[in-house]
Ligand binder design. Structure first.
Ligand code: SF4
Ligand code: SF4
Length: 491
C-alpha cells in the first residue's frame, strides 16, 4: 500500500510540474509576442500553478497525503483531472462536411466566377475610355457608378500608406520594391513556361527528342518530386488537389504587362493543382492595419511569384503543361483549391485557416496535367470554432465580415465577405488592412502553448468553447496592434 501511495503522489507531482511548465511557457511566449495583456494574465496563471505545486510539495513532504484526508483529496484531484482531460482532449464528432472539402459546402448550382467582375480587375485593370471599359460596363452597368466614384478617391489602394502619413514613408517604398517581382514574373513566357533546353542533350544530338520528351513518372514519384521542389524553393506548406472546375475563373480579367489579348479569354480548367502557402511574419502582421503589414503581404506575394514560376518551369521541363498562379496572374480561386488540397479550412474572415499558421499565410499554385496523387481535405475544427468566436467580424472596421450564420451564396454555404466595402476601406487607409488576420486566435505565434491549443481545438468541441472565451480574456475582444519590428517603425 505504501508503495502505491508513493506512486500516486509522484504522478500527481509530475502532472502539476508539467502544468506549471506549460503555464511558464505561455507566460514566456506572451512576453516574446509583446502581448502585454496576455503576459499579465499568463503571469497570474503561472503564479497560481506554481503556488499549487509548491503547496503540494510541502504537503507531500509533511506526509499529509499519507493520511486518510490527504489521500482522499489526492484521489479527488485525480478525478477532476481525468474528467477535465476527457472533456477537453477526447476527439469529438468530426465535421463530415469539412472532410469533403469544398464539396461539403455546395448546396446548389455554382456558376464559375468571371475574373473581369472581380473588384481588382474592375478597378485596377480597366482604363476609362478604353474598349474594355466600354464592353465591361455595357454588360455590367450595376458596377459603373460605384467604380467611378471609387476611382475618384484614388483607386485600389487610394493613397498608398495613407494611414501612416500622407507620403507613406519607407515602408511604402519597401512594399513597392517587392511589387515589381510578381509584375516581372507575369509575362506569358513566365506563367506558362516552355521546357528550358538542356545543352547536355544538344551535344549528344538529341535536341529534337528533348523538345517532345516527357518524363514517365508514376503519380507517386511525381508528387514526391513536385512537393519536395515546392518546399525547397521556399513554400512552408504544400498540397495537391484534382481541380474542381467550379473554382477556375471562367474568363481572364486582370491584365498586366499590357497583355490585353488575354482580357476576356475563356479559361480551360486543367487537371491538378499544386497549392502552396507561405507563412506571413507574426510581428509584421501584428502591426496591422499599418504599413508593415502591407509590406509583409507584398513580400510574400513576391515570394509566391518566385515559387510558382519556378515550379511551373520545373513541370514544363518534365514535359507537362503548367500554369503559375500568383499575385499578377491567377486563373483560379486560391482558397477553395487550398481547402481541397488539404491545407486548411475556410474561415469566417474569408481566408484559408491553416493548422500551422492560421490565416497568416499567402497562397499560390501551379495547375498542370502532370498526373499526381491528391491530398485529402482536413477537419481542424474551424467551422465550429468560427461559429463561436466571431472576433474578426467584431473587429472589422468596415463591417465587411458577417456576424451571423453562414448563408448560401452562388450555391455554396459560407460566410460571405463584402469585398466591396473591404476594398473601399483599403482605399481609405492605403494598406491591405489585415486586422481580421491579426486578431484571429489561429494567428498567434506558433509557440508551444499555442500549438497545444490548436491541437485541442482541432479535436474537441469543448476546447473550442473554452479557448475562444480565454482568447478574449487574455488578448481582449478587440486586440490592439502590436509593436512592429524596429526597422519598419512608421511613426
Ligand atoms: S481586411 Fe480589414 S476591412 Fe477587410 S475584412 Fe479584414 S478587417 Fe475587414
Ligand atoms: S477570428 Fe474567429 S471567427 Fe474569425 S476567422 Fe478567426 S477563428 Fe474564425
Amino acid at each position: 500500500m505504501e508503495m502505491i501511495i508513493s506512486v500516486v503522489i509522484f504522478i500527481a507531482g509530475v502532472a502539476l510540474a508539467i502544468q506549471a511548465f506549460i503555464g511558464l511557457s505561455f507566460f514566456i511566449s506572451s512576453v516574446w509576442e509583446k502581448e502585454r495583456r496576455a503576459a499579465f494574465f499568463a503571469g497570474l496563471q503561472f503564479a497560481g500553478m506554481l503556488a499549487v505545486l509548491l503547496v503540494f510539495l510541502w504537503l507531500a513532504r509533511a506526509g499529509f497525503f499519507r493520511t486518510a484526508a490527504g489521500f482522499g483529496l489526492l484521489i479527488a484531484g485525480y478525478v477532476v483531472a481525468v474528467v477535465a482531460a476527457i472533456l477537453l482532449v477526447r476527439r469529438t464528432k468530426p465535421n463530415p462536411s469539412a472532410l469533403r472539402g469544398t464539396e461539403g459546402l455546395i448546396r446548389g448550382e455554382v456558376n464559375r466566377f468571371d475574373e473581369r467582375e472581380q473588384v481588382f480587375a474592375r478597378n485596377r485593370t480597366i482604363r476609362p475610355g478604353s474598349k474594355e471599359y466600354e464592353i465591361f460596363y455595357r454588360e455590367h452597368p450595376q458596377y459603373e457608378a460605384y467604380d467611378k466614384q471609387r476611382r475618384k478617391k484614388g483607386g485600389p489602394l487610394g493613397s498608398i500608406g495613407a494611414i501612416d502619413g500622407k507620403k507613406g514613408g519607407p515602408n511604402v517604398e519597401a512594399t513597392l520594391a517587392c511589387n515589381f517581382v510578381p509584375q516581372a514574373f507575369s509575362t506569358p513566357d513566365k506563367v506558362k513556361p516552355k521546357p528550358i533546353f538542356n545543352p547536355m542533350y544538344q551535344s549528344k544530338g538529341e535536341e529534337s527528342e528533348l523538345k517532345v520528351r516527357r518524363y514517365d513518372l508514376s503519380p507517386e514519384e511525381a508528387t514526391q518530386r513536385v512537393k519536395g521542389f515546392t518546399l525547397s524553393v521556399g513554400a512552408d506548406l504544400v498540397g495537391i488537389t484534382e481541380i474542381n472546375p467550379l473554382w477556375v475563373y471562367s474568363h481572364k480579367g486582370e491584365i498586366f504587362n499590357e497583355n490585353w489579348e488575354d482580357w476576356g479569354k475563356e479559361i480551360v480548367p486543367d487537371k491538378y493543382a499544386i497549392v502552396f502557402a507561405e507563412e506571413m511574419d507574426f510581428r509584421m502582421v501584428g502591426a496591422a492595419p499599418h504599413t508593415p503589414t502591407v509590406f509583409e503581404s507584398m513580400r510574400n506575394y513576391s515570394k509566391g511569384a518566385f515559387i510558382a514560376t519556378q515550379l511551373a518551369s520545373f513541370i514544363a521541363n518534365l514535359g507537362y503543361r503548367a500554369t503559375a498562379n500568383h499575385l499578377r496572374h491567377y486563373e483560379a480561386l486560391m482558397v477553395p483549391l487550398a481547402v481541397d488540397a488539404g491545407l486548411g479550412e475556410l474561415g469566417r474572415l474569408g481566408y484559408l485557416i491553416t493548422k500551422e499558421f492560421g490565416p497568416r499565410v499567402r497562397l499560390g499554385a501551379v495547375t498542370t496535367d502532370l498526373p499526381l496523387v491528391p491530398d485529402k481535405p482536413v477537419d481542424i475544427g474551424v467551422g465550429h470554432f468560427c461559429k463561436i468566436c466571431k472576433k474578426c467580424a467584431t473587429c472589422c472596421p468596415s463591417k465587411s465580415i458577417p456576424l451571423g450564420e453562414q448563408e448560401v451564396v452562388n450555391g455554396t454555404l459560407r460566410w460571405k465577405l463584402n469585398e466591396e466595402t473591404c476594398f473601399d476601406y483599403w482605399g481609405k487607409i492605403g494598406t491591405d488592412c489585415n486586422i481580421c488576420m491579426r486578431v484571429c486566435p489561429y494567428s498567434h505565434a506558433r509557440t508551444l502553448p499555442h500549438k497545444l491549443i490548436v491541437e485541442l481545438i482541432a479535436r474537441n468541441a469543448n476546447a473550442r468553447r473554452i479557448f475562444s472565451f480565454m482568447d478574449d480574456i487574455f488578448y481582449g475582444r478587440k486586440p490592439k496592434p502590436r509593436p512592429a519590428p524596429e526597422w519598419t517603425k512608421f511613426k
